[in-house]
Design a protein around this ligand. Structure first.
Ligand code: HEM
Length: 352
């Protein structure tokens, strides 16, 4: 004979179901944090009763537009559509124009004016310019920047370029790898760039003679060199672009990287626009910096590679700095002998 179950015991079942549903909800939330595919479910603010009422009535609002009265029955997230149009009509074309345009300008400049050679012969005596610490920071930041620029360009334009070539499967795998690299390297780049900027701040404070440097076009074309201290006005512009646009790119990147701090989709859309515009602009300017630091100017690359520059280079490109440090010049042979015996000691540059 079956025992009859008391009425109050029946509540155990719905209670158990409730606990199960609640724990599933919690698991869902935890998964959403771990799985980028699901993060949208928590990143998008809830659609409340008012929003549904608005949608049913066909009204337009700041976030939703119902196109049923245009007879095609689409529920459109209007702010998402505005973001998509800003990105497609303005941001992506700006990226192409800035980056490709800069490559063309640099190539033309090189073909017309060629490399900026030293006016006088080298003396063979070397001045310490960049410490090992700053060089290591510079090359780590530069490597991360290049990886972020390549993966970022792939996120922006890879679909149009690689999808038709590789097909859906290979393209999707490449994109998820790209996104992973971009998302993880971004914060690391941010931390190291801030350390580099703090370390170089004192040398990059604008001075009066910087105006004259601009007026003379930095001496990049033709003969003659305008006054410059440890950093010339062009380097200071690069520094302050990194300290402003660079920081904006890092902060907007973090807003998108960590969607679990309550920021809504609108905030993330704005972060995306700021991030892309800043990053495309910086990539274009970085191409100019890389050109000047390698092909463009004789003697510059060895500064960041070895830490030392020739006296002639210092006198011609950074005359005011040269006047302060000329007593530190070391014969090149002495430097080579020291690096062969490799004590690991190197003189600390008076700046940089
Ligand atoms: C392969 C790429 C790069 C090359 C060949 C390169 C080369 C150089 C060289 C030669 C200098 C020293 C110039 C001098 O002694 O006056 C320098 C300085 C510097 N570089 Fe780069 N660089 C590269 C990429 C980058 C990137 C991607 C960044 C930042 C994201 C960067 C940030 C800087 C900064 C902040 C300075 C110091 C300028 C100042 O004092 O204001 N570099 N670079």
């Amino acid at each position: 004979m079956s025992k009859s179950i008391p009425w109050w015991a029946l509540w155990r079942l719905p209670l158990l179901a409730l606990v199960l549903v609640a724990s599933l909800g919690a698991a869902q939330f935890a998964l959403a944090q771990a799985d980028p595919d699901r993060e949208a479910a928590t990143a998008v603010p809830a659609v409340d009763a008012d929003a549904w009422r608005q949608i049913k009535s066909g009204e337009t609002g700041p976030n939703y537009r119902d196109s049923r009265f245009d007879s095609n029955y689409n529920l459109i997230n209007a702010s998402g559509e505005t973001w998509r149009q800003i990105r497609d009509r303005w941001v992506s074309p700006f990226g192409v124009i800035a980056v490709v345009g800069m490559i063309v300008v640099i190539a033309l400049f090189y073909l017309v004016f060629g490399r900026k050679k030293l006016d006088e012969p080298r003396t063979g005596r070397k001045l310490p310019r960049w410490s090992l610490m700053v060089r290591s920071l510079h090359w780590t930041v530069a490597t991360l920047f290049i990886l972020l620029a390549l993966t970022g360009l792939n996120l922006a334009f890879g679909k149009a370029i690689f999808r038709p070539v590789f097909g859906d499967g290979a393209w999707a795998a490449m994109m998820s790898g790209t996104k992973l690299i971009h998302n993880y390297l971004g914060p690391l780049f941010g931390i190291l760039l801030v350390i580099l900027l703090v370390r170089l701040l004192a040398d990059n404070i604008p001075r009066k003679h910087d105006l004259n440097w601009f007026a003379k076009g930095g001496g990049l074309i033709g003969k003659g060199h305008p006054d410059a201290g440890f950093a010339n006005a062009g380097e200071k512009v690069w520094y302050w672009l990194l300290a402003t646009a660079g920081i904006a790119v890092i902060i907007s990147g973090l807003v998108m990287d960590f969607p679990n701090y309550g920021q809504g989709r609108d905030t993330m859309q704005w972060a995306n626009i700021i991030h892309a515009v800043g990053a495309f602009g910086l990539t274009a300017v970085a191409l100019g910096h890389i050109y000047i630091g390698t092909l463009g100017t004789e003697g510059s690359f060895e500064a960041m590679a070895t830490g030392y520059v020739d006296e002639t280079w210092a006198k011609e490109h950074h005359n005011l700095w040269y006047e302060q440090v000329k007593d530190q010049a070391i014969p090149g042979e002495q430097l080579e002998a020291a690096s062969r015996s490799s004590t690991g000691d190197e003189p600390e540059p008076r700046s940089g």
